[in-house]
Design a binder for this molecule. Sequence first.
Ligand SMILES: [Cu+2]
Length: 143
Amino acid sequence: MPMRAKTRRRLAATTALLVGMPVFTSCFSDRTAAGPDLSTVGGSCQISDFRDLIGPGKAIVVIRDFSFQPASIRVRPGTTVTWVNCDAAADPHTTTSDTGVWDSPLLPAGKTFGHRFDQAGTFDYHCTPHPFMKGSVVVDPNA
Ligand SMILES: [Cu+2]
């Protein structure tokens, strides 16, 4: 009898944890209006905690299915944009400015690269191994 009660408590705790997780991720989405849908990001990106990467002055671009999501992101000057590679381990990507403003190393699955954008303008970029992967960061004081 005591044994059974203990098991039931543990089950309840596990369930609460599982139920709580989507709530957390939807919280993150709410705070990144210009960012990607993070509801499925946690598991597929092999990153358990995005809290350091989002919030005021921060934005995330997810690399998934050989594309940058969102393909175009609009941020205020002074924002640090962090790219997160959520593709499979065999598909490392880069985020590489078309005009040499920034260039990441090859990012394996789950790795990130951040760049702070201080100047207004439109910054196009691509992935070096996959030139068909294109994106842009629009830095707009009115964003
Ligand atoms: Cu790529």
